[in-house]
Design a protein around this ligand. Structure first.
Ligand SMILES: [Mg+2]
Length: 174
């Protein structure tokens, strides 16, 4: 049961993940959550930091695709200037959004990774889709309303996982 929420890696933020290391793990496409993973949930547009990380990914030949549960209007506006491909209304923790990206891009499960700030949606969805995942800390301390409820349960799951599997936060993926 607990295994369903276990991420492959736990890294402080998306910007700590080095594109080189992703490449060494055979990753060609990074699937990333939007709110509080790539940009703060209350930011309407993208940030310079995200642009730089995206360019660093592209420099080693890795693509970035946004997989968000938020509505298409919000996601489109947020990534418009970076021209990132995206799936909105992804219905995480169900694997549908992730599977759509795999199918459309003709991608194998072992060449993608899902990055997100929530165990109960992002990491659980990745495990349901049988792909690797990176759990990151939220960019800001506040959350969208539905997320606030999930956070309480997430806290309990994390404490159990920490005790059972001795997982901990790292500066980058191994
Ligand atoms: Mg999020």
């Amino acid at each position: 049961m607990l295994r369903a929420f276990e991420p492959t890696w736990m890294v402080r933020s998306v910007f700590h993940i080095s594109p080189q290391k992703l490449k060494q793990h055979g990753i060609t496409t990074v699937l990333a959550d939007l709110d509080n993973t790539l940009i703060p949930w209350n930011n309407k547009t993208s940030t310079e930091k995200l642009k730089q990380w995206m360019q660093a990914l592209h420099a080693v030949g890795i693509k970035l695709v946004v997989v968000s549960n938020n509505n298409p209007r919000r996601v489109k506006k947020a990534v418009a200037d970076l021209q990132l491909p995206f799936v909105a209304h992804a219905l995480k923790p169900f694997p549908l959004g992730i599977k759509r990206v795999l199918k459309q891009g003709h991608l194998q499960r072992n060449e993608v990774v899902m990055v997100g700030d929530q165990l109960l949606t992002d990491v659980f969805a990745a495990n349901n889709a049988k792909i690797r995942s990176i759990w990151v800390k939220p960019l800001v301390k506040t959350d969208l309303l539905p997320t606030r409820i999930n956070r309480r349960l997430e806290k309990v799951v994390y404490i159990m996982m920490r005790t059972k599997y001795r997982v901990h936060w790292k500066e980058d993926i191994d």
